[in-house]
Write a protein that binds this ligand. Structure first.
Ligand SMILES: Cc1cc2nc3c(=O)[nH]c(=O)nc-3n(C[C@H](O)[C@H](O)[C@H](O)COP(=O)(O)O)c2cc1C
Length: 367
């Protein structure tokens, strides 16, 4: 179906067609039987793919990446597409409109997107209102950021405010310090700043855990443009602060494989196929440092079960998708889930975790 709709949607401006598709998806769920129909079409039941991580049980390892549902408007419809979890946001403390249009570019020949959305967000209060209205259809991560006008010196206040506001409604909270579209945000990945930020968030997590009687895991989302030393530093900080997960990676400001493309010089973050190897290399390096002591959520250019498998073997415990969903539509999730299920079945293992462990140790032995 999406195969036939895509050429029409791609005639529209990229951001308009994003919004229209999500709106149409939500309309389907408002019809009686609509949600059941979506689930029947897209959601596979796959006990062998269940992942136990961060004290949560993920029905499968394929998540929706942050940025598609920035304002918590579509989580019921999206969960019917068979995702194992959804990451909503990025949400900022106060509402902001983001960068001026046009700020989203499709690079169809490369199965890629360049975006400079700049955290368009309805703000934490309205976001929480939406969350409460829609309920929690499955595992929900909430990705938080800072307002554009907030300086990096005051950024911790922004993160703490939103962290506290969404705490009760999240299964995990992702700290976005890697979007290239908010000036200076990526500097929060620097050792001293990150140390301070994580220290305060961890302190808040403990305090909220006591008063609200629930432990909500913390993840940080990092950039693919870090060098090896920087990745090592971040891994060490994650261990020191007992972080629950690292999400690797956000979009890149580099332009691999885009020579001569008319959009290559557009400012913003590049996602999709050209990001794939860059993000896998970050995951590999991170896993080498962490050895399973902190969970890794891997993403960047995952277009099929093979790509998902590559990220898992590199060290990811879960994966996420965004850009390929725009190009392939909702069957992407079902196809990745089926492909991974087949891998488990043919490996002779009972679970995905065992299958991945076997593959990782095979690679290790071959070195
Ligand atoms: C249009 C667009 C908007 C995005 N917005 C966000 C965002 O608000 N917060 C965030 O952490 N990542 C955001 N991302 C990055 C994605 O979550 C993801 O890290 C990146 O696109 C790599 O995955 P992919 O290659 O599967 O798209 C956005 C990506 C795109 C394409």
């Amino acid at each position: 179906m999406y195969r036939f709709l895509r050429p029409l949607l791609f005639l529209l401006d990229a951001e308009q067609s994003h919004n229209l598709t999500l709106f149409a998806l939500r309309c389907i769920t408002l019809f009686p039987g609509g949600r059941g129909l979506l689930r029947a079409l897209f959601a596979n039941r796959t006990p062998s793919l269940t992942v136990e991580l961060m004290g949560l049980q993920f029905p499968n390892p394929v998540g929706l990446a942050a940025g598609l549902d920035k304002n918590a408007r579509y989580q019921n419809a999206l969960s019917d597409l068979g995702f194992g979890f959804l990451e909503l946001g990025t949400v900022t403390p106060l509402p902001q409109t983001g960068n001026p249009l046009k700020r989203l570019f499709r690079l169809s020949e490369n199965n890629a997107i360049i975006n400079r959305m700049g955290f368009n967000s309805i703000g934490a209060e309205a976001f929480v209102y939406n969350l409460r209205k829609q309920g929690r259809p499955g595992i929900i991560g909430i990705n938080i950021g800072k307002n554009k006008d907030t300086t990096n010196e005051q950024a911790i206040e922004d993160y703490l405010k939103t962290f506290t506001a969404v705490y009760t409604y999240a299964d995990y909270i992702a700290i976005n310090i890697s979007s290239p579209n908010t000036p200076g945000l990526r500097d929060l990945q620097d050792q001293q700043r990150l140390d301070k930020l994580l220290g305060q968030l961890k302190h808040e997590q403990v305090a909220l855990g006591k008063t609200r009687r629930v432990y909500v895991p913390i993840a940080i989302k990092i950039s693919p443009d870090l060098d090896d030393d920087h990745i090592t530093t971040i891994a060490q900080l994650a261990l020191t602060h007992r972080l629950d997960a690292i999400i690797a990676t956000n979009t890149t400001i580099s332009r691999p494989d885009l020579e001569g493309h008319p959009y290559a010089r557009e400012q913003g973050g590049l996602s999709g196929r050209p990001l794939k190897d860059l993000s896998t290399a970050v995951i590999k390096k991170l896993y080498g440092e962490l050895q399973g002591r902190v969970a890794i959520i891997g993403l960047g250019g995952v277009e099929n079960a093979e790509d998902a498998w590559e990220k898992l073997v590199a060290g990811a415990d879960l994966i996420q998708v965004y850009t390929a969903l725009i190009y392939q539509g909702p069957r992407l999730v079902r196809d990745i889930v089926s492909g991974l299920t087949r891998r488990v079945e043919t490996s002779g293992c009972a679970t995905l975790a065992e299958t991945v462990a076997k593959a990782r140790s095979g690679i290790h032995l071959m070195r």
